[in-house]
Write a protein that binds this ligand. Structure first.
Ligand SMILES: Cc1cc2nc3c(=O)[nH]c(=O)nc-3n(C[C@H](O)[C@H](O)[C@H](O)COP(=O)(O)OP(=O)(O)OC[C@H]3O[C@@H](n4cnc5c(N)ncnc54)[C@H](O)[C@@H]3O)c2cc1C
Length: 388
């Protein structure tokens, strides 16, 4: 099903394919080097390839009205039905969708995308004819999907309800059973085959691509070791920041926390009052968030390979320079030459800018821009940096 993953513009929206690297592609797309990289590591990361352009602003207008397809693809919209919407916090929910016409071909499309790295799909808001991107969650032991549902191509999403957002509000107001049209997959970042170490700096719903990156890295490695590959085991360290305690309820950090004091980059989130998701009445302080359960499941599935640290704006615990510096400390198990190390940053625009500098627009394209912010200050060598 590789045709569905062709890396090119599609429909009315010009999409940026955010390649990290690939050992199989003729192009060698890689993450942008930290501006302070050594010449060797700079060479390693020189293969950045910007293939297409991205739409301006937060989303895109859908001008085409191609007929709906029964298998997810980049050209036309495919109908899914909303199976369930479970509150994760008062401002976010876990959506489960199933293809209107279930078939194994959807599963094949997803499999290709999972193998490559981080991917998203675009949802359509039919009344306004606008689209927004959302990140499918991988399947873990915490997932409520059955094998049949997985084979039928069910997808799950962690979506925050923006108080003033057109599409996220629309999605949160849909009745169960309603249709949702989507197209994709859009490859956001190719994780190179030789990657053995990822530090993922996530803010808010930026945790969805972090789960994807963990799943992609570790499930791929699982397959490689079954095939006799004896390279060192991969690791992912996720630093997840949230504004409110309820966003990561039950999450316990693997690293004893260092409290970093400074002002919040989550102020952009704005007021929460007008967009609250109603939590079930039995929800109380001790409930573990569905996303924390997903992270816990990933940790149990790959013991010793996944580390998660939680940060809370509400408790003045912010991701600071020293947290990232600790996370990138060399591990003897992965200090093998030829291994690629990546720092991926995902979250609100202000969060990405603070951590790694803003992405930039040039000639209608959204580009990575130079590495700045906290990560630049760390003066890291040998780490590729990619802003999602
Ligand atoms: C690759 C990718 C993957 C993503 N994955 C996820 C995911 O898994 N989960 C998730 O929750 N989100 C995800 N997002 C974000 C998502 O695509 C949407 O941007 C988000 O849901 C908000 O969309 P919206 O239509 O609800 O809000 P919008 O209508 O786009 O508004 C966003 C904000 O901008 C403000 N705004 C809009 N227009 C103006 C204006 N003219 N002037 C001033 N302010 C304005 C609004 O008040 C609102 O606060 C992802 C984004 C990308 C690019």
């Amino acid at each position: 099903m590789n045709s569905s993953l062709s890396f090119r513009c599609c429909g009315s929206r010009n999409l940026l394919r955010r390649y990290v690297s690939t050992t199989t592609s003729t192009a060698k797309p890689t993450p942008s080097p930290s501006s302070s990289s050594s010449p060797t590591s700079t060479k390693r990361w020189l293969g950045i390839l910007f293939v297409t352009a991205a739409a301006a602003g937060a989303g895109a207008y859908i001008r085409s009205s191609s007929p709906s397809s029964s298998t997810l693809n980049q050209e036309s919209f495919t109908k899914y039905s909303l199976v369930s919407r479970e509150p994760v916090s008062t401002t976010s929910s876990l959506f489960t969708l199933r293809p209107r016409y279930p078939s194994g071909s959807n599963y094949d499309v997803y499999e290709d995308a999972w193998r490559i790295g981080v991917w998203s799909v675009m949802f359509k808001q039919p009344q306004l004819q606008i689209g927004r991107d959302y990140t499918p969650l991988p399947t873990t032991a915490a997932t409520s999907l059955s094998v049949d549902e997985e084979n039928d191509g069910y997808l799950r999403f962690f979506i925050r309800k923006d108080p003033f957002g057109e599409v996220s509000r629309y999605l949160h107001n849909l009745a169960i059973g309603a249709d949702i049209e989507m197209r994709g997959p859009q490859i956001e970042c190719v994780i190179p085959e030789e990657t053995r170490e990822i530090v993922f700096v996530a803010g808010g719903t930026g945790i969805a691509p972090a789960l994807q990156a963990g799943y992609s890295l570790l499930s791929r490695e699982e397959q490689q070791s079954k095939d006799g590959d004896a390279r060192p085991r991969s690791r992912i360290h996720i630093l997840w920041a949230n504004r409110l305690k309820e966003d990561s309820l039950g999450g316990e950090s693997d690293t004893p926390k260092i409290v970093t004091q400074r002002s919040s980059w989550f102020s952009w989130f704005g007021s929460k009052s007008s967009a609250q998701v109603t939590l079930p009445s039995d929800t109380h302080e001790k409930t573990t968030s569905l996303i924390v359960k997903e992270l816990e499941a990933l940790k149990s599935q790959y013991p010793g390979q996944v580390k998660v640290d939680y940060y809370l704006d509400e408790e003045n615990r912010f991701i600071g320079k020293s947290d990232i510096a600790d996370a990138v400390q060399p591990h003897s198990s992965t200090e093998d030459s030829g291994n690629t190390k990546l720092i991926l940053v995902s979250g609100p625009e202000g969060f990405i800018s603070y951590m790694a500098g803003p992405k930039v627009w040039a000639q209608g394209q959204e580009l990575q821009g130079p590495v700045q912010g906290v990560i630049k200050e760390l003066d890291l060598k040998d780490w590729g940096v990619w802003k999602l």
